[in-house]
Design a protein around this ligand. Sequence first.
Ligand SMILES: NC(=O)C1=CN([C@@H]2O[C@H](COP(=O)(O)OP(=O)(O)OC[C@H]3O[C@@H](n4cnc5c(N)ncnc54)[C@H](OP(=O)(O)O)[C@@H]3O)[C@@H](O)[C@H]2O)C=CC1
Ligand SMILES: CC(=O)C(=O)O
Ligand SMILES: [Mg+2]
Length: 605
Amino acid sequence: MLTQSRMRLGQIYQYLSKSLLLQQPCSSRKTTIIYQKIGTTASSDELSTQGYANGIDVLLSRRANKGQAFSMEERDAYRVRGLLPATFSSPHLQVERFMENLRRMPDDLSRYMALASLQDINEKLFYRIALEHTQEIMPLVYTPTVGLACQKYSLIFAKPKGLFISIFDKGSIYDVLCNWPVNDVRAIVVTDGERILGLGDLGCNGMGISVGKLSLYTALAGVRPEYCLPITLDVGTNSEVYLNDRYYLGVRQKRVQGNEYDEFVDEFMQAVVKRFGKQCLIQFEDFANHNAFRLLAKYRDTYCTFNDDIQGTASVAVAGILGAIKITGKKLVDNRFLFYGAGEASIGIAELLSLALTREGLSQEEARKKIFLVDSKGLIVKNRPGSKLNREKKQFAHEHEPVTKLIDVVHTVKPSFLIGAAGQGAAFTSDVLEAMGSINKRPVIFALSNPTSKAECTAREAYEATDGQCVFASGSPFPRFEYNDKIFIPGQGNNSYIFPGVGLAIVTFGIRHIPDELFYLAAKTLSEQVTEADLSVGLVYPPIEKIRQVSRKIAVKISEYAYDKNLATVWPKPDNLDKFLFEKQYSVEYDDGLPPRWEKPNYST
Ligand SMILES: NC(=O)C1=CN([C@@H]2O[C@H](COP(=O)(O)OP(=O)(O)OC[C@H]3O[C@@H](n4cnc5c(N)ncnc54)[C@H](OP(=O)(O)O)[C@@H]3O)[C@@H](O)[C@H]2O)C=CC1
Ligand SMILES: CC(=O)C(=O)O
Ligand SMILES: [Mg+2]
């Protein structure tokens, strides 16, 4: 028994030692000095049990700390005896204790802060809680609470969880990346904070989004947290609120744009490859429209990158559409789709939906005829006076008279799907929803804008206005709803059903390039996970509790495709991809055992 536990800890010890050995200094003199410093002082938070001067370092390491779950033998081995209260707590009890405390807190921002702090203190416990209570924890670490946390970031900032690369670091971005103490980084989520959810320009406060998204990589798909690096590119902010806020933590100037911005992002992309290698995934998140499409087009063929707001959202929405038609009973090609909003999310969905329609036998032209978009100036039509359409919108411009008001567009287009992603809260007013109900026996309403305050309508509003007939999903979660003695469970149409599984496949198999087909496959795979029981309560996505298995299914599908197209770099190809992924997924079980050659310390000497 003791031998077994020693062997297990021996493995952990070797793993942790290896992660320390991996910490090679970067080439520049500046960073070498920094690394020497880290080696003697500050590395304990990130790294291993090796080299701890004393037990307190073990407790201060979020990766090694188990809190009350250290066995008495381990407390001796790591010299933490006496640094903790005497009683041992099982992980199960630790979870219960934390949840009880969390539920007593006065509001969700306090809960967000408590969870953020737990993530810094005991990472395994944080992810165990996220895994065992996903439905309760997700709205706290992700939308909607993360939106509020970003808005209040300057007040609640306690400890860095990622890298802030500011415009003042231009010319030295590689050096800044070298300050991150882990070499084997495989997934970066980067934002420049200009379009955080539907809340607009939050400047460097957008870091909360990069952190939240990567927490979901681990919680929802089991990507190892040490592979993940949240980054904010701080080029300033155009928000007067933050420019005038004395607590604001970011660069206090208007956003840098044009050539200087482009050179900065270029340098960032190149520095990531130099520091972490070509296969390091770079997920673009919450960039503003004018940069998002441009940067995706610029980098998609040369880097391992995707834009989550365009491509991840497209995938989850198409999955929802494929789920919804199982309820309405209409073939995909027999629908008309109206998008409220014509930005990253809507255009991304419209493009992937066109692909899905062509797979059902339509030509591209026929497919686009079924798709209508509304932007801030009304229905997108050819020759609309007073506005020039960009390339993305042009593909979906119809030969039609201009129509400006949404209700008139609904009456004109007569859509079976109404999909909102404009970041304009409460835009689906009761007349719009009732019109959808009178045009269709089973209308489909997706209110995808985040956070909840920006949702186009609530679940209750949609069900009530359509007499319980609509199929509903939303970007931020709504509670289950009882209407006419029937229970409805609104699905969460959020890209969080997609990017964790996609990320798991990419980091596990070293997939070096991410084509659109991959997001189509993810959409199909996700929609296939929906059961008859789910559909019977109106769910067009599998319940969130199943997300970890769902993410692995998505990852398997994607990796099959990647091996087929020679995009994977892990060879030989594993015989059983699912088993391989399962074995690579992060475990929330504490590492167990004692250091090799451990002998009980003699406290008398
Ligand atoms: N559920 C999910 O997974 C996701 C949800 N989202 C949400 O979608 C929303 C939009 O994001 P995104 O597409 O990236 O943002 P963009 O800024 O790229 O697009 C916003 C679009 O909304 C249009 N719009 C603005 N005001 C109005 C109005 N009054 N009437 C009609 N259209 C209007 C804009 O019009 P114009 O082009 O004329 O400026 C633009 O086309 C956000 O709230 C975001 O949180 C985004 C990604 C994922
Ligand atoms: C979900 C998401 O990516 C967004 O609202 O931007
Ligand atoms: Mg986003």
